[in-house]
Design a protein around this ligand. Structure first.
Ligand SMILES: [Zn+2]
Length: 638
């Protein structure tokens, strides 16, 4: 059975009204009040590990009869609220409404004019130790180990643990950031400072006020800041990279060749880049995750800097969010595929454009399909979270996070490209991104806009009539698998077959591995080869073959963590002692859980003492979430 949310009927009649509450993951009464501008005045206190200051929300009065403004908060200390500079009564709910936090209800003073178009709330606020949006790193967790570091991650619903707000992607506001810190600050706006130096007290370092402005309305989840010992270098006419001074030159080299080419490729597919500059902040090595598309400054994992320019596709992805997600945003996390499916689609179009061949995009899509299979296997084929539009009422959107919105969303858009033909589809892309520019959009508006765009094209309209929208939107499990070009993947499988034959029947095989085997390959092809060899039954690869592969293909000296971590994992599985020490060394340099988890799992099984020594040595380097994950691995394999 298909249950269709009531909002579809409304959306079909035209643009969604702001009086409609489309997002089930917020407690704010955003149908009555709508934030139009947010100013955050914060001091970063590294000693106390908190942000403290005042947040000013300018809210448009939509209902004209509501004296109550309900805002999202989570683990915040609120000490005073003013409405248009008059003291206002406020109440934090007595208990949390899980998983959405503690609603803050502000009662406007009797003197507040409800016929006025806007009200400004000023809220004195401090974060607490339970804040879920901030990561405070000790000097030991940074690469030069000299200064502390802080960065934020607000997606999906963590902005509410930084300041009271309407924490929904269905509300977009312009932003002013005023952030005082002893160390350089970046935020998701264009810099307008720094200014106003103040000397420190009691021998502490002085502070500067770092200011930024974001004139394009954006949802609260794109609020971002970072502060630490960072420096910048140019990577293109409108781009800089920011990272620790020691890593700056390597990071610049990694990105300077491709960044502008990617921006131009994306502009050809959609339209000109809107956010003025596109910059990349490379986070410290203990950063446990991949990346985040914060406007103006993409936050990226340091493993993107691999010394071979082979992981720049992460940049193509985050850059694509400048259109899909940041300029045109999903109206709620139930429609997350409109952010991530579109972004996968644009990322792969950029890769195809830059390489001049669809083979590369299909290779990426084949890897994506494997990720989709893994996610669906993990949830189960009938699970709500495997739907393109899951039901998230009462749910934490972070629990639903998986490859499904990325890859099922990609396959859906790829389906339209093939159905309509690329020439027609390519005319729709800029139309869609123009129609919803600076707005929030749901799947029903996407559908209505697509049907409307081709209404007068009899051939296209007829094809679109055959689309089974309900199945695409609400059926759990797999979408139809597209017919991908398998040329690049087949090369990986064929080479894996040769290694398998060599391992299983050394005498009969005439295979002589050499650098020529992978001469024309991308690093991702090597990743597919290595994963294929990891999954062989009975692990036939011997330590001698690992040494041969490492030297013949240069894997043992690669700086590419995507590649070398797979090589070490295969080596550990094959009991090749030559990789044990290099694995331990890598685990002291990389804190991204994607790599740390499989390497510890294997190292514990092969050489527990070395694994224990490695963990003790690097315990303080890892992020607390990563540290806890490794501790669990030791328990599991006790
Ligand atoms: Zn993304």
């Amino acid at each position: 059975m298909v249950i269709r949310p009531a909002s579809e009927a409304v959306a079909k009649t035209g643009a969604a009204s702001m009086r409609q509450r489309r997002d089930p993951n917020t407690l704010a009464n955003y149908n009555e009040w709508h934030t139009t501008h947010t100013t955050t005045d914060f001091v970063i206190d590294f000693g106390a590990r908190r942000l403290k200051g005042t947040v000013h929300l300018t809210l448009e009065n939509l209902a004209k009869d509501s004296r109550e403004i309900v805002l999202d908060t989570s683990f915040l200390e609120v000490s005073s609220v003013r409405a248009n500079d008059e003291t206002a009564e406020y109440q934090l709910a007595a208990s949390r409404v899980e998983p959405y936090g503690t609603p803050l209800t502000v009662s406007l003073p009797a003197t507040t004019d409800l016929t006025a178009s806007h009200v400004t709330l000023s809220i004195d606020v401090a974060t607490t130790k339970d804040c879920t949006a901030l990561q405070w790193l000790t000097p030991a967790q940074t690469s030069n180990k000299k200064h502390p570091y802080i960065f934020s991650q607000c997606q999906a619903i963590h902005a509410r643990s930084l300041f009271p707000c309407q924490d929904t992607p269905d509300v977009k506001s312009t932003f002013t950031f005023n952030i005082r810190s002893p160390l350089p600050v970046l935020a998701s706006g264009l810099p307008t400072g720094p200014k106003d130096f103040r000397p420190g007290e009691d021998g502490k370092s002085g502070t500067l006020l770092y200011t930024f402005h974001q004139s394009i309305p954006m949802p609260s989840y794109l609020f971002a800041l970072a502060s630490g010992d960072i420096a910048s270098a140019s990577i293109g006419p409108r781009s800089t990279v920011w990272t620790g001074p020691e890593e700056l030159t390597a990071s610049q080299w990694e990105f300077e060749e491709d960044t502008e080419a990617y921006i131009q490729a994306a502009e050809k597919i959609v339209y000109p880049y809107a956010w003025t500059t596109y910059n990349v902040l490379v986070l410290p090595p203990s950063f446990p995750y991949g990346g985040m598309e914060n406007p103006v400054y993409t936050f990226a994992t340091p493993t993107v800097v691999s010394g071979d320019r082979q992981n720049v596709d992460v940049i193509a992805h985050e850059l694509s969010h400048s259109w899909s997600g940041n300029l045109v945003s999903n109206a709620s996390w139930e429609h997350f595929w409109l952010n991530e499916g579109w972004t996968e689609y644009l990322e792969r179009r950029i890769i195809a454009a830059v390489h001049g061949s669809d083979q590369y995009r299909d290779f990426s899509a084949i890897i994506g399909w494997k990720a989709l299979e893994d996610s669906i296997a993990q949830f189960g084929e009938d699970h709500n979270f495997t739907k393109l539009i899951p039901d998230l009422k009462g749910k934490d959107p972070d629990d639903a996070f998986s490859s499904v919105p990325y890859e099922k969303g990609f396959v859906f858009l790829h389906h339209f490209e093939k159905l309509l033909g690329i020439d027609k589809w390519d005319k729709f892309i800029p139309h869609y991104f123009t129609t919803f520019k600076q707005k929030s959009v749901d799947s029903y508006e996407f559908k209505a806009t697509l049907l409307d765009f081709f209404a007068n094209d009899a051939d296209a309209a007829k094809k679109l009539q055959k689309v089974d929208w309900d199945t695409w939107f609400y059926a759990p499990g797999f979408p139809p698998k597209p017919d991908f070009d398998t040329t690049l993947a087949d090369q990986c499988y064929a080479l894996a077959d040769k290694w398998q034959a060599l391992a299983e029947n050394h005498k009969k095989s005439d295979f002589k591995p050499s650098a020529k085997d992978i001469e024309s390959w991308t690093a991702n092809q090597s990743v597919v080869l290595l994963e294929r060899l990891q999954s062989l039954p009975n692990h036939p690869i011997t330590p001698e073959l690992i040494s041969l592969m490492g030297s013949a293909y240069g894997y043992e000296s690669s700086k590419n963590v995507e590649l070398v971590s797979r090589f070490y994992t295969l080596g550990l599985m094959s009991r090749a002692e030559s990789v044990y020490k290099p694995t331990a060394e890598l685990l002291g340099k990389v804190g991204r859980m994607k790599f740390v988890r499989p390497l510890y799992r294997q190292l514990i099984m092969r050489d527990r003492k070395l694994a224990e020594r490695t963990f003790e040595k690097n315990r303080d380097f890892y992020h607390p979430i990563c540290r806890g994950m490794v501790e669990k691995l030791f328990e599991k394999h006790a």
